[in-house]
Design a protein around this ligand. Structure first.
Ligand code: UDX
Length: 439
């Protein structure tokens, strides 16, 4: 099948590359000439483990090409995926101007039946809106489908190739048949394509992400309470998660959720609720709790350092909002940096992927180091922010030797309490007992 992908950001590029790998001919369209040129030369413009290999394989097989001209793509493609940004507007609602802009162009330029597939996360009712916009420009038949993505950064290729399900929202049998053809390689592997109407499909995406954000936030509150009563959240998590109605995943407490999806989608669903005079009370609380959770270790560091952060130096391991990505959108590291520096501390950070992005965002507000151990020199304490695997089994002797205090504040519960106890560290994690050095 000939497929066009409009927008080669994170979702578009992963979708286009994987659909090419299914054997389709894919044309990716982007307005950014530099980016298109770069991709033509075989460079992947985003950081995503595993993507480059599939990308290059499909370029070599001539199954994927790139253009800035949407008309060229529309002339040969039956299905057009929209993978455009829907950034939050000032009031938290999704800004649809890119989606509507491209819908206008499609309406003006199309010359035969098309299936327009919306991959972007868009508010309920957007498929209808896109339909209206295109219909106002053409008399040619077309269908609009909602097909939300559920790709995690760092695992996007795997999530596309082996999803738990594919959600397809359409009221047209013809469009559904075409979508089923596209996803046949997945259905043949036993992955369900769940067909529904457009609105339910659009809401599925928001509801799924908001539920996961709620699950994490609930666990963060349980963790905070564990500390007060002397329970261990790791044990509680195992005890709870073994009930398959709850499930083991997304129960890991930490320093709050971040990234490009959860914060944006929770906000947008709250906002959509308001527009219908409905108050999503649970989600409002989720947002509030998450904001506090992002900086929850700051007061603990302050207390450990004698009640003031003035003139103290904090070494930070990790800046990305999670491992295996260079993404710092809504990252807890940024909130903590703000809070720590506001209170007079300085921060030196190391992250193998995210430092360029942080430098672009906040410049020399903090120092950066190229070596995870070097940044510990003269630092008062170590603060672990991201769960990169290189931080999981550190050289404790080096940490102890370099830090002014043998103290680790861990926002990701990476270390064994017993090990840290044995090594004589002060160790504060989330929802577990604080390890005090024996005197
Ligand atoms: C998420 C969804 O998982 C994906 O389906 C959606 O389409 C896009 O948003 P992503 O933002 O890449 O993906 O990250 P994810 O791995 O889901 O983690 C989101 C945040 O939750 C991170 O900040 C992570 O650290 C945090 N998290 C996750 C926890 O704090 N605890 C957990 O148990 C799981």
């Amino acid at each position: 099948m000939n497929i066009a992908i409009v927008g080669t950001g994170y979702v578009g590029l992963v979708t286009g590359t994987c659909l090419a790998d299914f054997g389709n001919h894919v044309i990716c369209v982007d307005i950014d000439e530099k980016k298109v040129e770069m991709m033509r030369e075989g460079h992947v413009p985003i950081y995503e483990p595993g993507l480059e290999e599939v990308f290059l394989r499909n370029i070599k097989a001539n199954r994927i090409e790139f253009t800035t001209n949407i008309k060229d793509a529309l002339d040969v493609c039956d299905v057009v995926f929209l993978a455009l940004p829907t950034p939050p507007g000032e009031d938290g609602s999704a800004d649809l101007s890119y989606v509507i802009g491209v819908a206008n162009q499609i309406g003006e330029l199309m010359t035969s039946y098309k299936v327009i597939v919306n991959k972007s996360t868009v508010p309920v009712g957007t498929a209808d809106k896109v339909h209206e916009v295109i219909a106002s420009k053409t008399t040619i038949k077309f269908d609009v489908v909602s097909n939300p993505e559920f790709l995690r950064e760092g695992y996007a290729v795997q999530d596309f190739m082996k999803p738990s399900r594919v959600v397809v929202g359409t009221s047209s049998q013809k469009a559904l048949d075409m979508m089923n053809r596209i996803y046949k390689p997945l259905t043949e592997a036993g992955i369900p394509v769940i067909a529904m109407d457009e609105k339910s499909s659009e809401l599925t995406k928001y509801a799924a992400n908001s539920f996961l954000a709620t699950k994490i936030t609930f666990m963060n509150e349980v963790a905070n309470f564990c500390e007060l009563v002397g329970a261990d959240v790791d044990k509680v998590r195992l005890g709870m998660g073994s009930d398959d109605r709850i499930g083991n995943r997304f129960l890991f407490p930490g320093i709050g959720y971040g990234g490009s999806c959860f914060p944006k989608d929770v906000k947008a669903l709250v906002k959509s609720g308001k527009q219908e005079n409905y108050q999503f009370k649970v989600l409002e609380a989720v947002e509030e709790v998450n904001q506090t959770q992002k900086v929850i270790l700051v007061p603990a560091i302050k207390e450990y350092l004698g009640g003031s952060l003035q003139g103290k130096k904090i070494a930070m391991w990790g800046l990305a909002f999670k491992e295996n990505t260079d993404d710092i959108r809504e990252a807890s590291s940024l909130d903590m940096i703000e809070e720590l520096t506001n209170q007079g501390a300085s921060v030196i950070a190391y992250d193998s992927a995210a430092m360029p992005n942080v430098k672009r965002a906040i410049g020399d507000k903090i120092e950066y180091g190229d070596d995870m151990y070097e940044i510990l020199n003269d630092a008062d304490v170590l603060l672990v922010v991201t769960e990169w695997s290189e931080f999981r089994n550190p050289k404790y002797e080096v940490i102890a030797e370099k830090l002014k205090n043998k103290a680790i504040f861990d926002g990701r519960n990476l270390y064994d309490l017993e090990v840290l106890e044995e090594k004589g560290f002060f160790y504060k994690s989330i929802g577990r007992k604080t390890v005090l050095p024996s005197t």
